[in-house]
Design a protein around this ligand. Structure first.
Ligand code: ADP
Length: 229
């Protein structure tokens, strides 16, 4: 069992991020330039080169759109947000895509609504990222369980998968900008996720058991306490 409490220092490493962005965008740009050059000299293979260029442009677009999400907190709009409702909306959004991959999303929430003071769009992004990672971790299908309960003045939300788990070498790098083990990953999802959680005075930790799965645990201060019974 490996556990890691994620540190917020990771979020403010602007220099590291800038270097990463430059690197991540320069690579596909270099490829595009090279293939354009080739297209001039080897016209018979243009169609193949075109595909590669198109793929590299898509990659730049994806990286930039994820970075824009990261830039959003400046314009965040905090309102009363029902977390249970929000999570169910995200589940509906991702369900079809998940089911096609043999992954089923199960929700187990305490009856009471959990009202947070937060930005619904950013909070949705958190659960989209965590659930997508959970789906990616289970290439042969499985279950994602999202549960929530109350503990004193906090709501605790868990996102649990039955994936491969995370080796220690990966665990320490998770949330670093551009760190990914996926062929088509950007390595920005967790950094954005941690940033948003921090922005909502939340805490996040994860526990991962190789061969059994990974559980992310989020804790947010709640606006109203548990209703009196
Ligand atoms: P990306 O999904 O683009 O790779 P993320 O920042 O979301 O970027 O994740 C970084 C890495 O953390 C992933 O490539 C993967 O190796 C690891 N990871 C994240 N979530 C999980 C999970 N639920 N199970 C196993 N590995 C995970």
């Amino acid at each position: 069992t490996e556990e890691l409490i994620l540190r917020s220092e990771k979020l403010s490493v602007a220099g590291q991020l800038a270097a990463g962005i430059a690197h991540e965008i320069r690579n596909p740009l270099t490829a595009i330039k090279g293939f354009l050059q080739l297209m001039k000299t080897k016209e018979n293979q243009n169609e193949q080169y075109f595909e590669i260029i198109f793929g590299e442009l898509n990659r730049i677009e994806l990286i930039l759109s994820e970075l824009l999400v990261l830039a959003k907190p400046q314009a965040s709009v905090f309102v009363k947000t029902d977390m249970k409702k929000l999570i169910l909306e995200v589940t509906t959004l991702l369900e079809t895509q998940a089911n096609l991959k043999g992954v089923y999303i199960e929700n187990r929430h305490e009856r009471e609504e959990a009202i947070l003071h937060g930005d619904p769009n950013q909070l949705k992004q958190v659960f989209i990222n965590l659930i997508k990672n959970a789906i990616d971790a289970m290439p042969n299908g499985g279950k994602v369980i999202i549960s929530s309960f109350f503990e004193e003045e906090e709501v605790i939300i868990k996102v649990q998968d039955e994936g491969e788990g995370i080796p220690e070498s990966v665990l320490t790098k998770m949330g670093d900008p551009f760190f990914t083990t996926k062929e088509k990953g950007t390595g920005l999802g967790l950094m954005i996720t941690y940033n948003i959680i921090e922005n909502h005075s939340g805490k996040v930790s994860l526990i991962s058991e190789p061969g059994t799965g990974t559980t992310f645990t989020l804790a947010f201060p709640i606006k109203k306490g548990r209703p009196q019974r």
